[in-house]
Design a binder for this molecule. Structure first.
Ligand code: C5P
Length: 403
């Protein structure tokens, strides 16, 4: 379930072309179970109508501090007291400067100033031209706003409405949504550095052919995302998959098992948790042809011989044990039958404290899964659910074991 469900967010719009993304954001928040109260500055109304925002939020929009609908005529007090957070998107350069100085000459800035600072977080998504963004005045304001406890989201990079290209675009709606979900998630993994492997590996036969498997990488990507939401620093070593990198996660793309091992060994010394979800190919062809192997018309097939790939998880776990390290290693087992027996044996063989079993053919490529957590005390089932929900539960479980 979304960490945003049931929250009440005041969505403030100041003036900027990026206001069109706030319509998407509003819709996405409502879909995530948030009640959204929109407040717009006069400048914002030049870019987006209050009618649109009312339709999307399902609530009348506030645009004036003199709004007579409030019995006490104190919209700035009433709106800010009800909110779980105030999110200003877009936050223009001018609006941020106003926030910084405690300006309060219209409803949105007045409400930000009047909010109970310890109870109602203020989150801003800057949006402006690249020169405005890189101007020392703006950068000074951003630094001071952060020092004042305002959560300033990143800016995006790319083409701008003015025709220039650079930093300063407002994040896309789904990126802001992801950052808001992370903001509200309990930080059970704060201070942890998590290394995750995900996806299949691809073992080349020649420049155009190879062997791989049906792993989609979805479970590993979900775990990386859940760990980041829980406050960990996350590195994701990904085999060849077609998945977007979870926000805030550092991704390293690899192809073969040996490349995956190299990437893991380069990162594991900095890690406190290693989660091996990758479906690493057990074998690779013993040689890789430099040129495409040709069919010569004789009906003869090439004789392929295989050698075993390094076991990344077992290698990492053994080396951590040898150094009496405190790296917490988690393995996965995709089985087709006798899950408990195979997962129990695999946990001991790999030398890890926690082994997560799932039924391989039932889960490869799917969005759902069911997990069996096996440790030295026994087994616990995480019943069928979305991979993302299961990832959150697994990260919770790991956090409990670390604490
Ligand atoms: O031996 P098996 O492939 O069933 O083990 C699965 C677990 O071991 C997974 O956690 C997988 O990521 C890891 N593994 C590995 N390197 C291999 C094979 C598996 O890290 N070569």
């Amino acid at each position: 379930m979304s960490t945003l469900a049931g929250k009440h967010i005041v969505l403030g719009l100041s003036g900027g072309v990026a206001a069109f993304k706030s319509a998407e954001l509003c819709r996405a928040l409502v879909k995530a179970g948030v009640t959204v109260q929109v407040v717009m500055t006069e400048a914002a109304e030049h870019f987006m109508t209050a009618v649109t925002m009312q339709a999307l939020s399902g609530r009348p929009v506030y645009t004036s501090q003199w709004d007579p609908r409030e019995a006490n005529n104190m919209a700035h007090i009433n709106l800010s007291r009800e909110a779980d957070a105030i999110v200003v998107a877009p936050a223009s350069a001018d609006f941020m400067s106003k926030l910084l100085h405690g300006g309060a000459d219209e409803l949105l800035s007045l409400m930000c100033l009047a909010r109970p600072i310890d109870k109602v977080p203020l989150i801003v998504a800057p949006a402006m031209n690249r020169e405005m963004w890189s101007n020392p005045a703006t950068q000074r304001n951003v630094a001071q706003l952060k020092a004042d406890g305002v959560h300033v989201l990143d800016v995006g990079q790319g083409d701008q409405a003015c025709g220039e290209t650079g930093d300063g675009r407002m994040l896309e709606a789904e990126e802001i949504l992801e950052d808001l979900m992370a903001f509200f998630a309990p930080k059970r993994m704060a201070g942890q550095r998590v290394l995750v492997t995900a996806g299949p590996t691809y073992e080349a036969i020649d420049p155009v052919r190879g062997i791989t498997n049906l792993s989609s990488g979805k479970m590993g990507f979900a775990i990386a995302r859940a760990a980041r939401m829980a406050g960990a620093e996350v590195t994701l070593v990904a085999g060849p998959v077609h998945l977007a990198t979870p926000r805030g996660v550092q991704r390293i793309d690899v192809r073969s098992a040996r490349q995956m091992l190299d990437a893991v060994l380069a990162g594991v010394d900095d890690a406190s948790v290693f989660v091996a979800t990758a479906a690493v190919a057990d074998w690779r062809p013993d040689t890789q042809a430099d040129q495409k192997i040709k069919k010569d018309g004789s009906g003869q097939t090439p004789a392929l011989r295989f050698v075993e790939n390094p076991d990344i998880l077992a290698t990492v776990a053994a080396s951590s044990r040898a150094r009496s390290g405190d790296l917490f290693c988690v393995g996965f087992a995709a089985e087709s039958h006798d899950l408990l027996a195979h997962a129990t044996a695999k946990r001991i063989r790999k030398g890890v404290p926690l082994l997560v079993g799932n039924i391989g053919p039932a889960t490869f490529g799917q969005d759902d899964n069911a997990l069996l957590l096996v440790d030295d005390a026994g087994a616990r089932e995480l019943p069928h659910g979305s991979k993302q929900d299961l990832a959150v539960q697994l990260i919770d479980d790991i956090a409990r074991r670390l604490s």
